[in-house]
Write a protein that binds this ligand. Structure first.
Ligand SMILES: C[S@@+](CC[C@H](N)C(=O)[O-])C[C@H]1O[C@@H](n2cnc3c(N)ncnc32)[C@H](O)[C@@H]1O
Length: 223
């Protein structure tokens, strides 16, 4: 099935950001934490960067799972960051998670991060290399990389099955956004090509659910 890009990269409309923040993504966000545990079996205690953090559910889960971690989380949409800050304040994790309003590609970040995290950002980008270049610029040697995103279905029929299964009871706006995200998502092969173009072939691309792919691995070099 041909890819159809998202109409907008950023989710900067207050209503859109709120609808997204109120949706239940606990199953996929918990899967993200489980994948990181497999990637990094030792207790993580370094500095992590979450790219396209949205309402910060993943940074909050990550900080609860790894109380020694420091997390920088960035997003280009201030409407999302306002909701993210409220959620962080409510969780009492202000000392562990810092938010930054930044637009990718963010190639002037310090090369200091021990872990690079991103969930559901890749399919939003007009140029997917913006994500891979930002990761290449900001990851320390040996950093753990975990990027999870939707996987584009083979056909509109398969897409409709997924929308019914996972958003059948959701408000219309979320059903529409989920379908648009599935159309905009990449295939495993396309992501492998992106990694090759960004000289990040050492990362592995795998399907991790009926609708998700993950890119994971450790970058070369001595930590
Ligand atoms: C679908 S949301 C995912 C949010 C979060 N990672 C999660 O898993 O719930 C995608 C987020 O990426 C942000 N975004 C899209 N393009 C961006 C860019 N070029 N730079 C920074 N943030 C971007 C959007 O504003 C939005 O908050």
């Amino acid at each position: 099935m041909k890819r159809i890009p998202e109409p907008e990269e950023l989710m900067d409309e207050a209503d859109q950001a709120l609808a997204y923040a109120e949706a239940d993504f606990s199953a996929s966000n918990e899967l993200f934490i489980e994948l990181f545990e497999q990637l990094h079996p030792d207790e993580f205690s370094g500095t992590a960067l979450d790219l396209g953090c949205g309402p910060a559910d993943i940074p909050i889960r990550f900080a609860r799972r790894y109380p020694q971690a420091q997390i920088d989380a960035l997003d280009g949409a201030q409407a999302m960051l306002d909701l993210a800050q409220a959620a962080i304040n409510a969780s009492g994790l202000e000392q562990h998670i810092k938010l930054y309003c930044r637009y990718l590609p963010a190639t002037r970040l310090e090369k200091k991060y021990h872990a690079l995290l991103s969930n559901s950002l890749l399919h939003h980008l007009n140029d997917p290399l913006d994500l891979w270049q930002t990761i290449g610029h900001s990851a320390r040697p040996g950093a753990a990389i975990l990027v999870m995103d939707l996987l584009r279905p083979d056909s509109p029929q398969q897409l409709e099955v997924l929308v019914r299964e996972y958003a059948g009871d959701a408000p219309k706006v979320l059903r529409r956004d989920f379908a648009a995200s599935l159309y905009a998502a990449y295939t495993l092969e396309e992501v492998r090509e992106q990694l090759a173009a960004a000289s990040l072939q050492e990362l592995e691309v795998v399907q991790v659910s009926d609708r998700h792919l993950a890119v994971h691995g450790k970058l070369g070099g001595t930590p």
